[in-house]
Design a protein around this ligand. Structure first.
Ligand code: ZN
Length: 197
């Protein structure tokens, strides 16, 4: 199935540290392709492998949303790690695993990041603005972190109802979701497609 269901708050796979990828395989290349298709279908800026239930240090970013890089397809980052940060900026973030939630988050404005590309070749780049923002958001996923983890306890408390609904699967999206994390999970393997109104 090329388009994979996306896991939402607070599934255990989204809270775990992902595993580093040591070698190429047909399975890895298939996962990269499916991640890209899943990201595009959901109109996401980026998608991490654990958002589709695979606990691997792999993320993809759609460059069509990055000014000046619109024609460059997608960026595939395997085992990414920040090598430096600079400045600070505020940006309203959203997340395919937290449908319906958007919050202003402060992060470094410029970053250096090293990673392996889709051919497992070492790459180091500098990024700023929206690209730096998405890369940091995705690297956080790979370490089991959501952007809402940066919110104050007060701001987080305002999201409590939305988050508990999400954990029951009571959420509408234009893209398929994996069964909710609980407290009353649906049987495994069943994928709900919730139509947008
Ligand atoms: Zn996200």
């Amino acid at each position: 199935m090329p388009i994979l269901p996306i896991y939402t708050f607070d599934h255990p796979v989204l809270r775990q540290e992902t595993s580093q990828i040591e070698q190429d395989s047909a399975e890895l290349q298939k996962l990269i392709k499916n991640l890209i298709l899943t990201m595009r279908n959901a109109e996401g800026l980026g998608l991490a492998a654990n958002q589709v239930g695979k606990s691997l240090a792999l993320t993809v970013i759609d460059l069509k949303h990055v000014p000046g890089m619109e024609e460059r397809g997608e960026l595939v980052l395997i085992n990414p790690a920040l090598t430096g940060t600079e400045g600070e900026s505020v940006f309203e973030e959203g997340c395919l695993s937290l449908p319906g939630i958007r919050e202003e988050i402060v992060r470094p404005e410029k970053i250096g990041v090293k990673f392996l590309d889709r051919n497992l070749k070492e790459v180091e780049i500098e990024a700023e603005k929206i690209l730096a923002r998405v890369i940091q958001h995705e690297i956080d996923h790979l370490h089991g972190k959501y952007f809402i983890d940066y919110l104050s306890p007060f701001k987080l408390s305002l999201l409590k109802t939305k988050l508990s609904k999400m954990m029951r699967g009571d959420v509408e999206t234009e893209y398929p979701l994996a069964p909710p994390s609980g407290p009353h999970p649906k049987p495994k393997g069943k994928v709900r497609k919730l139509a947008g109104m």
